[in-house]
Write a protein that binds this ligand. Structure first.
Ligand code: FAD
Length: 403
């Protein structure tokens, strides 16, 4: 049996249809969205009509029931169209954390929220990071307690994507709290946090890039939620969160390769027509060599990203995933998230230089890409050293974890 790198007919058709949609509906509006700092409601509605928000939600809740490979195709195509990656982030956060909700939320919560997400009438985000540091997920301090048939939450979350969008359209967060900080990861409990619950007050941060999507935070003071909003088993939330990060990290890496591929195309078109010292820039080795290096890096990352997506789907396909399946999903999602943001950032930087001064203006889309992909190496969906720690853990064994 030969090794088969081809996508299935269904996957190819999905990519083609989506590329046509993204190029028609998203690409022409990317700059305006970045300037106005908003993804307009009519575009979110159109994305919902394309079933993008329901892609990873089971059919019984109005979704399409697809897994990580299809979501990876979607994240790549959306980022090709909006190289600021804002629209891709809107999609991928919902795809990743919507999928996790459908696996671990109570039936009652799933019935309440998932059909709305599938229709684009509610959005889902992830609320993990706190002011004392996002990397140490087992050290979170947001307190979650059971009281009189309810749960009560007190704490603070920062650098959280989609705060304004969820306030506007409804929905909430796959949120992490702790029943007892001393228990570290064994005390982490996950719950659904609607942003309109009494006791939630929001703040906003002004980011360097992916401007069309908001980043904010919230204080939680005696927020009371029904018991069925607990996601999965009490004190088991750390494991659900790690699973969700795995899924989302593959999609983040996919957005990076989609963005960088489009930016390299934009760069190639430009260097062929820009003439300096009597010939096109494209004829100079100083342009060709970084182009070759960047193209090679992004192509290698694409293989890594789809392999990671395949491992994630394999893990879910089996009724009982083996230790090896879990290891492969953890290792490859971290490898993809480690490489793709760096390589995409380098490619976008190189292309920005080919444009000279024009590349530094807001008329050139490449500057949006540079600002956008940078979010993925500074921290979004986990810092790069955390990826290295996970990779080393999978290669050397847990006994070599630094803590
Ligand atoms: C644009 C954007 C959107 C985001 N959206 C969300 C969101 O929707 N939800 C959410 O929960 N969070 C979100 N985040 C936060 C993100 O998850 C955190 O930035 C990330 O987890 C790192 O946490 P931190 O920023 O507090 O940095 P820290 O945890 O303070 O880490 C700082 C640096 O130290 C490194 N580091 C950490 N530990 C070690 C170690 N043991 N050894 C060596 N180096 C180490 C890290 O890699 C990082 O470079 C977002 C971040 C950004 C930039």
């Amino acid at each position: 049996m030969p090794l088969d790198f081809a996508f299935s007919e269904e996957q190819e058709l999905f990519r083609e249809t989506l590329r046509e949609f993204c190029q028609r509906e998203i690409a022409p509006r990317a700059r305006e969205m970045d300037t106005k700092m908003e993804i307009p409601d009519d575009l979110i509605d159109k994305m919902a009509e394309m079933k993008l928000f329901g892609l990873t939600i089971p059919e019984e809740y109005g979704g399409v029931g697809e897994g990580c490979v299809m979501a990876t195709i979607a994240a790549e195509e959306i980022a090709r169209a909006d190289v600021s990656v804002a629209t891709a982030v809107l999609f991928l956060v919902n795809a990743g954390w919507g999928f996790l909700l459908s696996r671990y939320a109570s039936d009652k919560l799933k019935e309440e929220i998932l059909p709305k997400v599938a229709e684009g009438k509610a959005l889902i985000g992830i609320a993990s990071t706190e002011p004392q540091g996002g990397s140490d997920v087992s050290g979170i301090r947001t307190k979650v307690e059971r009281k009189d048939g309810k749960i009560v939450v007190n704490g603070e979350k920062v650098y959280i994507s989609l705060v304004r969008e969820i306030q506007r359209r409804g929905g909430g967060y796959f949120a992490l709290g702790t029943s007892d900080p001393k228990l570290r990861h064994r005390g982490v409990t996950t719950f659904f946090l609607p942003l309109d619950a009494p006791g939630v007050s929001t703040t906003f941060f002004e980011d360097m890039g992916r401007n069309a999507l908001s980043t904010g935070g919230f204080r939680l003071v005696n927020v009371e939620l029904p018991e069925h909003y607990v996601i999965g088993e009490w004190n088991k939330g750390f494991y659900y969160a790690m699973e969700g990060f795995q899924f989302a990290r593959v999609l983040v890496a996919a957005a990076c390769i989609g963005c960088a591929s489009r930016v390299l195309e934009i760069g190639m078109e430009y260097v062929k027509q820009r003439e300096l010292f009597g010939k096109p820039l494209a004829k100079y080795e100083g342009i060709q060599f970084p182009l070759a290096d960047d193209y090679a890096a992004i192509e290698a990352d694409r293989l890594l990203v789809y392999r990671a997506a395949w491992f994630v789907d394999e893990m879910y396909r089996k009724p009982e995933a083996s230790k090896e399946d879990l290891k492969k999903a953890a290792l490859y999602s971290s490898l993809a998230k480690l490489r793709a943001p760096y390589d995409a950032y380098k490619a976008c930087n190189d292309v920005q230089e080919w444009f000279g001064a024009y590349g530094y203006t807001k008329e050139c889309d490449v500057e949006m890409a540079v600002r956008g992909v940078r979010s993925y190496s500074v921290g979004a969906e986990g810092g790069q050293n955390i990826m290295r720690i996970i990779i080393a853990r999978e290669l050397l064994g847990r006994e070599y974890l630094p803590y």
